[in-house]
Design a protein around this ligand. Structure first.
Ligand SMILES: Nc1ncnc2c1ncn2[C@@H]1O[C@H](COP(=O)(O)OP(=O)(O)OP(=O)(O)O)[C@@H](O)[C@H]1O
Ligand SMILES: [Mg+2]
Length: 574
């Protein structure tokens, strides 16, 4: 058979492995199901042979045989559970790291990790076992037919009835559960996002308003879930009653057949047990339908959203960049909004250049540097680092050659040294050098534990300025070829600002390319080139020595440098 051309994503591969595991489990289920007939066969034999012949030895042998069968059954059940647990662990190992890194790389929330948990829980739970038993139903029903056709009809009728109940259940609950899942996931995200702004919430008494908003979402989700559960529960109750009724029915019909001398009491009871086994998976499926639907939704979301990226393509390793950066007619903006916020960006920076960028709020400065670093892809044009399209660099390869201090600095749970060394292998010499360059060394030594101080939950609480200094040290770590600082001094005192100025000089002398977004002339004065961004375009671009006087003149006149509409002739493209 020709192979299908469907892309083999890590998720699809992991599901295929899980399916293989389930097939092994199903193989064990085959023998388990066979052995589960032990008690009915035993009963049949006891009724029909032992009681009829009153033979004690037959009873003893039969009992020993049944006990051996049941012991094997227990053993096989144990093996089957272990297989399931192993399979779950393997499934998780194959995917969780990938989902986690994709979650981070694409700036998503934790929904996918929760989906993975719920899918794994389902694949290794008890309900999957009853679903795996379902293929056995026809065999059990066939057995009842062998015992007596009339009993077979009763069992078959019962199976059809239970199936119909199962379908009804599916119809009544699927849509409601999907809606509930959506609402609950949204309320989860809302809570995640709000918890990041806890200070503002408390300071300005926003708690009641936000809580009310969250509650509405949460209640809606819970309400829908409750509705679906109610419906599912009523169907499950009907199913249970139906099965009990069927037991009574088959015993009743069996007894009638015994009276008519068409069958024996052993057959009557064995038929009832076999039918019970056969119908159990359907009843279990109805009872566990909610879990199945949730797992199916999680599966669908994971299939659509995750593991789609083929595993990192092996790209040819390129020589380390020297820091030559060029923009060629670049336009772009936030990818999720598909909005172009900067356009017509063309300029080039030689290695060792220090570029200052200024301009009004929301002009597109941070957008420009995100494009420069390949965090966002341009919607037109191309950004090149050492002549190579920035999108073509392997992120793991190019990362150590890039330093970035984002406007909103986030440090991660770990030690100060880990954070500075970007959670790679810590090179103590380089960590200290970077910290000194950032003017953070003395400050770090004052922390309890110094470079080993833990940041984050349970660790030290850092001030805004401390965070910024450590963020700077992280950007300088390893003296990367291209360093971008987005408002590096927004939280710093005069001393910190002087340290950044010194670092700029040192890095420029070392031949590193620097881009510094700033508003203050003190910092902009230390650059070689200056760019003013206005409404997403380059308003001015030229040597700092030429542009700076105009900016400072305006500042003296009481206008912020970012407001300066400087457009010197011929300075647009250099
Ligand atoms: N993640 C985002 N999603 C949607 N829109 C965004 C996003 N980031 C930026 N924008 C929009 O892009 C435009 C440019 O924003 P940008 O952050 O580049 O401005 P900026 O010049 O850095 O401003 P500031 O000086 O305030 O930092 C703004 O209109 C902003 O609303
Ligand atoms: Mg910005």
């Amino acid at each position: 058979m020709p192979r299908t051309s469907a892309p083999s994503t890590p998720f699809v591969r992991a599901m295929a492995t899980a399916r293989g595991g389930l097939q092994r489990v199903a193989f064990f289920s085959f023998f388990i199901n066979l052995l589960m007939l032990t008690s009915s066969v035993y009963m049949l034999q006891v009724y029909d042979r032992v009681l009829a012949s009153r033979s004690e030895s037959t009873l003893i042998y039969l009992t020993l045989f049944a006990a051996a069968c049941l012991a094997t059954l227990g053993l096989l059940e144990g093996v089957r559970s272990r297989l399931l647990v192993r399979m779950g662990a393997r499934f998780d190992a194959q995917l969780s790291a990938q989902v986690f890194s994709e979650t981070l790389a694409r700036g998503r929330n934790g929904q996918a990790l929760r989906d993975l948990d719920s899918l794994r829980g389902f694949l290794t739970g008890t309900h999957i076992l009853s679903l795996l038993d379902a293929p056995w139903m026809p065999i059990y029903l066939g057995l009842v037919y062998v015992l007596h056709p009339l009993l077979g009809h009763v069992a078959l009728g019962g199976a059809v009835l239970l199936f119909a109940l199962g379908l009804w259940n599916e119809r009544r609950t699927r849509r409601t559960l999907a809606e509930a899942g959506g609402e609950l996931s949204a309320s989860h995200q809302f809570a995640e996002m709000s918890s990041r702004n806890a200070d503002a919430i408390r300071a300005m008494g926003m708690l009641p308003g936000l809580t009310a908003l969250w509650r509405r979402r949460h209640d809606l989700g819970l309400g829908l879930q409750g509705l679906a559960s109610d419906r599912a529960a009523s169907v499950a109750a009907v199913a249970k009653a139906t099965r009990f009724l069927l037991q009574v029915g088959i015993l009743g019909v069996g007894a009638w057949l015994v009276i008519q001398e068409q069958t024996t009491a052993g057959v009557m009871i064995a038929a009832s047990i076999v039918m019970g086994r056969g119908l159990a998976p359907v009843e279990a499926a109805i009872g566990g339908w909610r879990g199945f639907l949730a797992a199916r939704q999680a599966h669908q979301r994971l299939l659509e959203g995750y593991g789609q990226q083929p595993a990192d393509q092996a790209r040819m390793p390129l020589p380390a960049p020297t820091g030559a950066l060029s923009f060629e007619g670049v336009a772009g903006g936030p990818p999720e909004a598909r909005k172009i916020t900067v356009r017509e960006l063309s300029f080039a920076l030689e290695p060792g250049t220090c570029l200052g960028i200024t301009g009004p709020s929301a002009a597109g400065k941070s957008t420009l540097v995100r494009l420069a670093l390949g965090i966002w892809r341009p919607m037109a044009g191309v950004v090149r680092l050492d002549g190579v399209n920035i999108a073509d660099w392997d992120r793991q390869d190019v990362g150590p050659h890039i330093g970035y201090l984002p406007q909103d600095i986030e440090l991660f749970p770990g030690t100060v040294a880990d954070n500075i060394a970007r959670f790679g292998e810590v090179d103590p010499g380089q960590v200290v050098e970077a910290a000194k360059l950032a003017g953070a060394h003395a400050m770090v030594l004052e922390l309890p534990g110094g470079y080993d101080a833990e940041i984050g939950p349970g660790g030290v609480n850092l001030s805004g300025g401390q965070r910024q200094r450590i963020g700077l040290a992280r950007a300088f770590y390893g003296r990367p070829a291209l360093i971008v600082l987005d408002e590096p001094t927004s939280n710093l005192d005069a001393e910190g600002e002087a340290a950044v100025r010194q670092a700029m000089d040192a890095l420029r002398e070392a031949g590193r390319t620097l881009i510094v977004i700033a508003h203050r002339p003190a910092l902009l004065g230390g650059t070689d080139k200056l760019m003013v961004i206005q409404q997403g375009r380059i308003g001015a671009f030229g040597d700092t020595s030429e542009l700076m006087p105009q900016i400072t003149r305006r500042v003296v006149a009481g206008i912020a440098p970012s407001q300066v509409p400087v457009v010197p002739a011929g300075a647009r493209h250099v």
